[in-house]
Design a binder for this molecule. Structure first.
Ligand SMILES: NC(=O)c1ccc[n+]([C@@H]2O[C@H](COP(=O)([O-])OP(=O)(O)OC[C@H]3O[C@@H](n4cnc5c(N)ncnc54)[C@H](O)[C@@H]3O)[C@@H](O)[C@H]2O)c1
Length: 300
């Protein structure tokens, strides 16, 4: 029976997928298959018995695909499996990027034990005024499993959505609200108040956010990166600890997300949300796959 090596902790759901007799453990020698999440396999020896590598996640940049191809080892991933989780993080980061919520929480903690705390709050709260995201423009770079969900959710919140994806799949296009305005990259960079990036890390996307890109961005705009840190030139990136989020103002040195502000005027009465298609089919579809790789698990 086949031996499957776990290079990371994998959900127990995956274990139940293997028929009886399969070994699925972290200490397997000469495995027939490998399952992993973020383990970096680039310097990992590929034994002769190895038939397949399965990544419980979307990105495959931690797997030496050319070496696997040369040895006839099939590489699988699970595109879309965690798309909703990432979408929710992006929504949270959009709100954090528009308001000084983290700073306000920190400030409130300093007021513990203060006499007349209500008055102190009334007096001090104006320092944390922020901006609504309704009516703002969101640029979504990469309209795959995650990008489409983010674009549609942002439209539901009343944002104007610009999309850029030169390789947009038919599935992606079919699930995108028709109100999404497709754009070239330069126009998106110029117009967006918030930019969120959902592309794989490849040689062509590495450092796609660099001095030239930032120079084109609108002053005070916010970049949200939940994909891979290497997409942003490290000179401009200062990710938060909890999420791989770089919130950057193109006209100022690298700053913390909580210090970031949007310089455009605050809208107190937002325009009505754009008309949109609300009957999109469920997303991502069960058999979603953007590459020739196969979806093997519903667990990432
Ligand atoms: N933070 C996390 O926990 C987490 C979770 C899942 C995925 N990710 C990252 O997010 C990335 C996207 O995930 P996904 O599931 O949406 O992948 P996906 O394959 O469904 O979509 C990627 C999209 O990017 C587009 N694309 C490729 N190169 C591009 C370019 N140069 N410019 C614009 N668009 C381009 C493709 O056409 C595709 O539509 C993954 O590759 C992974 O690195 C992060």
């Amino acid at each position: 029976m086949a031996k499957i090596l776990k290079l990371n902790e994998i959900s127990e759901v995956a274990e139940k997928e293997f028929p009886a007799g399969y070994t699925f453990a972290a200490d397997v020698k000469n495995p027939d298959g490998i399952m992993l999440r973020s383990f970096n396999m680039h310097d990992y020896p590929l034994n002769d018995e190895l038939l397949a590598v399965a990544r419980a996640g979307a990105g495959t940049n931690n797997i030496p695909i050319p070496d696997c191809t040369a040895k006839g080892i099939v590489v699988f991933n699970t595109p879309g499996a965690n798309a909703n989780a990432v979408k929710e993080l992006v929504l949270c980061e959009l709100l954090l990027g528009g308001r000084k919520i983290v700073d306000a929480i920190d400030w409130v903690k300093t007021l513990k034990g203060t006499e007349g705390i209500s008055k102190a709050v009334e007096k001090g709260k104006s320092k944390f005024v922020g901006h609504e995201i309704t009516g703002k423009t969101l640029g979504v770079i990469g309209l795959g499993a995650i990008g489409v969900m983010v674009a549609n959710a942002a439209a539901d919140l009343g944002m104007k959505v610009l999309g850029y994806d030169p390789y947009l799949s038919v599935q992606g296009a079919l699930h995108l609200y028709t109100t999404t305005e497709m754009s070239d990259l330069d126009s998106l960079l110029k117009k967006a108040d918030f930019i969120t990036v959902h592309v794989p890390l490849t040689p062509s996307t590495e450092k796609m956010f660099n001095a030239e890109t930032f120079a084109k961005m609108k002053e005070g705009s916010v970049l949200i990166n939940n994909s891979r840190g290497e997409l942003v030139d490290e000179l401009f990136s200062k990710p938060c600890a909890a999420v791989n989020w770089s919130a950057i103002s193109p006209t100022s040195p690298p700053i913390n997300s909580s210090e970031n502000t949007i310089s455009s005027a605050c809208r107190t009465s937002a325009p009505p949300p754009p008309k949109r298609r609300t009957t999109a089919p469920p997303w991502p579809p069960k058999n979603w796959s953007t590459t020739s790789k196969t979806v093997t698990s519903r667990t990432a």
